[in-house]
Each structure stands twice: as structure tokens, then as C-alpha cells.
Write a protein that binds this ligand. Sequence first.
Ligand code: URA
Length: 231
Amino acid sequence: MRLEKYLVQCGVASRKKIKTAIAEGRVTVNGKIEVNDATDVEWGDDIITFDGIIPQKKQLKYYIMYKVSGYITAMEDENKKTVAELLPDYVDKNSVFPVGRLDRDTEGLLLFTSDGDLSHAMAHPDNDMKKTYYVELDKEISQDDILALEQGVTLDTNYNALPGEVEFLDSKSIHLTITEGKYHQVKKMLKAVKNKVTYLKRVKFGNLTLENMSPGEVKEIKREDIILEYK
Ligand code: URA
């Protein structure tokens, strides 16, 4: 892998600072100063130093949060409560970040990780990451509305949403599965069929679910628990 990526995975500094440090001659590979950040290095085979210290590979972390209403998806904010406040003390809040976002009033599954590659891969369209939402509605939903959602509605931003999958639960609640994640997407999709979301909860993200979790809970998972088709 590239020298720069190796050092990113050690968590020694931000990618930008690592690039600068390499260019400044502060990094050695097998005893020699290396100023090319693209130099090929391997875990275990090469000895790298950064400012004279041999850094170790940082353990990448993965957590599922059952988000509750009232918290914005951000790690810090001057005025509003953030999801970072729901993370237990044992989680290193300086290294993890949320993958995607849920609105302040939306509940449900939010993934946190320190793995930038995974987060990037999850956002890649080829991965077709399905997100399933439990949606409660203000008005009864008709068969025509369901058909429209399944064919792809046009949002108030003029964006044509991809077809969703709808599971009818009762006249005022559905499961809606989508692969996109535009701002307020579910609320806007329901607005497009002249309805209004009164409660929203993400119940599934890819293969991950909230099974056996209670509101507000956070649990650590392993990288192997997350299934990605395209990497
Ligand atoms: N769609 C929304 O409208 N809100 C969310 O929080 C997630 C999806």
C-alpha cells in the first residue's frame, strides 16, 4: 500500500499533515528517508518511522447506535445536542464519526466507525446500500401512493428519487427501503405523495439491524459483521 495510507492507518496525523511530514523528510522506510508518499510498503515487511517513532496500526472501530430523537448527527455543535453525547465513555470520540446522517427527530440505526475506507465504500453507488425506514404517516396511504413510491417520485428539489420498496404495515405506517440518502429523502418522498411523516426510524442499514437493542444503546461490532458487495 502507499506509504501515506499506511501512516493514515496508524492514525499518526491527518492525511494532509502526513503528506507534509513525508515531503519534509520526517519519515523513513527501512532506515532511509522517504519523500515519496506513494512508495509501496507492506505491513510486517517494512519498518517505517514517523518523527523517529515506529507507529503501530490503529485498531479500526465499528459501533451501532440506536439513536433517539433530539440529537443532531454531528460530533460537535455549539448549541444543539449531538449524537456524540450518546456515545459511551469507552468510545474514542476523536477517531470515530457517523456514516451518513439521521435528522434530529429521526430515530434508529446509525453506524459509527474510524474506518474511512469503509465509510467511503458504503457511500459508493455500486454498493447499493439499502436503508429501511419504519415510517408513520399523518394521512392514510393509498395503493396509488405506494405505486408512485415504488416507481420513483419527484422530490420538491426536482430530483427524481430512485424507486423505493414499500411494505404496507397498516393504513398509516409503512416500511420504506431506499438506496439513496438525499437530505430529508424519506420525508420528501412522502411529501411528494401529499402525505407527511409523523415518526421516522431507520431499522436497517445494509445487513445491519437494531435487533436486541434498546433506544439510546450503543454496541460494538466487528468489521466482518458488515457485508459489502463492492469494496
Ligand atoms: N430521510 C429523512 O427524511 N430523514 C432521515 O433522517 C433519514 C432519511
